[in-house]
Write a protein that binds this ligand. Structure first.
Ligand SMILES: [Zn+2]
Length: 174
């Protein structure tokens, strides 16, 4: 109960800070830039960064499966008691594998959220406050107009889609 209470306190603190967009959320004007490395505003560059990360993740996954780590995981899946009898701690290896799959899930979700947010997520505009918002009715009470993206694809749906896709990646990796 105390955890829920603190979560609600932090939630209301987060949506009350006007400098960071309040309940409209923090708007990023563009995709990330990494000076000296790359500029993700260019869709072609973004595509190749995502492709490179995917290939890197697949390569690391293959290396892990072929390494001792992967052999222990496979041994534990086959017969956990035998893996324990030869001196390995299957729990630690399984926990590490779960954490690695979670990291892959987070990366996949972040990349998908970025691409969906930049392409199909609805972008609305409040004519009274002259500010971009994600709400159909802005907090000033004015109806907002659709400026881009798909009308039904709001920020919550983009986040839900990204979380579910990340979960599928975790399921596939684990
Ligand atoms: Zn407004």
């Amino acid at each position: 109960m105390i955890t829920l209470a603190f979560t609600q306190m932090l939630y209301y603190l987060g949506i009350s800070i006007e400098e960071y967009g309040g309940d409209d959320g923090l708007r990023l004007a563009a995709r990330s830039r990494f000076p000296g490395l790359t500029d993700l505003r260019d869709s072609t560059v973004f595509y190749y960064v995502v492709l490179g990360l995917l290939l890197l993740l697949l390569l690391l996954g293959r290396r892990l499966v072929d390494a001792r780590f992967g052999m222990v995981i496979r041994a534990a899946r086959s017969n956990e008691a035998r893996a324990r009898a030869v001196g390995f701690s299957p729990y630690r290896y399984k926990l590490t594998a779960f954490a690695l799959a979670g990291a892959g899930c987070g990366l996949a979700g972040a990349l998908l959220d970025s691409i969906l947010g930049a392409t199909v997520q609805e972008r609305r505009w409040c004519p009274r406050c002259e500010i971009a918002t994600e709400r159909r009715i802005h907090r000033c009470g004015t109806s907002t107009s659709l400026r881009g993206g798909l009308g039904a694809f709001d920020n919550d749906l983009v986040n839900l889609t990204s979380v579910l896709a990340g979960g599928v990646v975790t399921w596939a990796l684990a």
